[in-house]
Ligand binder design. Structure first.
Ligand code: GLN
Length: 488
């Protein structure tokens, strides 16, 4: 890479591709990246589409820009994007057979921002169908494999985006997080993943699952790259009225401000149901923050935490049932089914196109919103949501961060939980409440259990992503977890 203002490609990709020359071109880099990705993907299945031709041509265009002296923050850098984000002219499937042949006619705002920043979108990553899932077993293209152990899931729903970064296929990827789908797979893969404050990043052009909960966010294997990517994608968007009109800092330029005097709350319930070894991992991490001047208070009660899972599984399916009603076979997706009348066409289209988990959510949501049960379920869930928000607000009056494990345990085996949805849903125990409250949260690698990575979750005040990143940077400096690379 030429002398762009970033050390990203140099630090991240040089050793992966053995690019020892001090100056190399985006074209060379993309060429190597694509070849490598195809090799890796025969084992990982992390991509739904690898954009060979597009990426190659784009890299040539980026080299021209670089040679002209244009300074773009991600000039020529390969990036993978979850297949939930519309990319004009290229398949965007949301992991669903329903959208198998869907080619958007416009770019999502995040994709547009990546393009404007000079990034080379190298592929669309696999995800659970419509981002519903915690294991990436629910994509129509089959399960994604965890590079740390190919028999294990990579987590979900942004499993493809996490696996390809962990495998060092690309330095950066984009995911979406409705209840943990960036943080949980980041944890299972030993990388960084951040869910921004609700409204920090535009959802325009993102296939909608549960609109009041989800955010697009960055994934990377070092904190600098993660912060840089957040600076690129965050910001107000006139096309998404839920985005916040707040200045976006250059997150990556002030990572070394430390955490002296900052206050960390550790909830009293954090090891309920967690793997025994997890406790020692989190305690060791807390010790590092303490040694860097943070004040830690354990045993903080967050009574509504337990309500988050039931509330989420009413709110998210309810919104999903409304959002997915657009897939009627007329406007989007497949429609080549047999039918004798309009209703049958609708039924058959949806019956064929949607997978089991999506159908389960639509049924759940339709039930919760139906006239007779609205008060009993949906309205109650909204009340719980208010309680959860209030609990978080109270804690953040006194503290800068809340810390928990990201997941109760490391990655599980492929197939192990697919028939037990409740057990599957439990893997988001620590992440769901944050989407309900709307706060930002990050998962950072904090060690290994049985040779599988695990993560620490740091939750922050609304719009205080900068502090979260600073805190993560302190930890990164003192540990080497993110330097471990899986061999598979
Ligand atoms: N695993 C959760 C679910 O299945 C969260 C998914 C997500 O964050 N997109 O709903």
């Amino acid at each position: 890479m030429m002398d762009t203002n970033i050390d990203l490609t140099l630090s991240a990709l040089k050793h992966i591709h053995n690019m020892t020359e001090s100056v190399y071109t985006s074209k060379q880099l993309i060429d190597k990246t694509i070849k490598n990705l195809h090799l890796q993907d025969s084992k990982l299945n992390a991509y739904i589409t690898i954009l060979d031709e597009y990426a190659f041509e784009r890299s040539i265009a980026m080299d021209e820009k670089i040679n002209r002296g244009e300074e773009l923050p991600l000039a020529g850098v390969p990036i993978a994007v979850k297949d939930m984000l519309a990319f004009k002219g290229y398949p965007t499937t949301a992991g669903s057979r329903t959208l198998e042949n869907f080619i958007p006619t416009f770019n999502s705002t995040v994709v547009e921002k990546l393009i404007n920043a000079g990034a080379v979108i190298i592929g669309k990553t696999s995800c659970d169908e419509f981002a519903m899932g915690s294991s990436n077993e629910h994509a129509f293209t089959g399960p994604v494999h965890n590079p740390w152990n190919l028999d294990c899931v990579p987590g979900g729903s942004s499993g493809g985006s996490a696996a390809t970064v962990a495998a060092r296929g690309v330095p950066l990827s984009v995911g979406t997080d409705t209840g943990g789908s960036i943080r949980q797979p980041a944890s299972f893969n030993g990388i960084y993943g951040l869910k921004p404050t609700y409204g920090r990043v535009s959802r325009y052009g993102v296939v909608a699952f549960a609109s009041s909960l989800e955010q697009v966010g960055p994934m990377a294997y070092n904190i600098h790259d993660l912060a840089l990517l957040l600076s690129v994608i965050a910001g107000h968007d006139p096309k998404d009225s839920t985005t916040l009109n707040e200045v976006v800092p250059d997150y990556h330029t002030s990572l070394d401000q430390g955490i002296k005097g900052m206050k960390i709350a550790v909830p009293d319930n954090i090891y309920d149901g967690a793997n025994k070894i997890m406790q020692s991992k989190i305690n060791a991490a807390l010790e590092i923050f303490k040694n860097n001047g943070a004040e830690i208070t354990e045993g903080i009660s967050i009574p509504s935490w337990e309500s988050a899972l039931p509330a989420y599984y009413l709110i998210a399916p309810s919104e999903a049932s409304a959002n997915l009603s657009r897939y009627d076979g007329f406007r989007y997706g497949q429609s080549s089914v047999e039918y004798s009348d309009l209703w049958q066409r609708l039924e058959n289209t949806r019956g064929l196109g949607f997978g089991k988990e999506v159908k389960r959510r639509i049924l759940l949501g339709t039930y919760a919103l139906s006239a007779g049960y609205y008060d009993q379920y949906y309205k109650k869930a909204l009340k719980l949501r208010t309680m959860i928000k209030n609990d978080f607000k109270k804690i953040f009056n006194d503290y800068d961060f809340i810390m928990t494990p990201t997941t109760p345990a490391p990655a599980f085996k492929i197939g192990e939980r697919i028939t037990n949805p409740l057990e599957m849903y439990m893997s988001d125990y620590y992440t769901l409440p944050i989407n309900i409250a709307g706060n930002p949260a990050i998962s950072i690698p904090c060690g290994f259990i049985d040779d599988l990575p695990v993560g620490l979750q740091i939750i922050g005040k609304d719009l205080e992503e900068q502090k979260l990143l600073q805190c993560a940077a302190v930890y990164e400096k003192e540990t080497t977890w993110n330097q471990e690379i899986p061999s598979f």
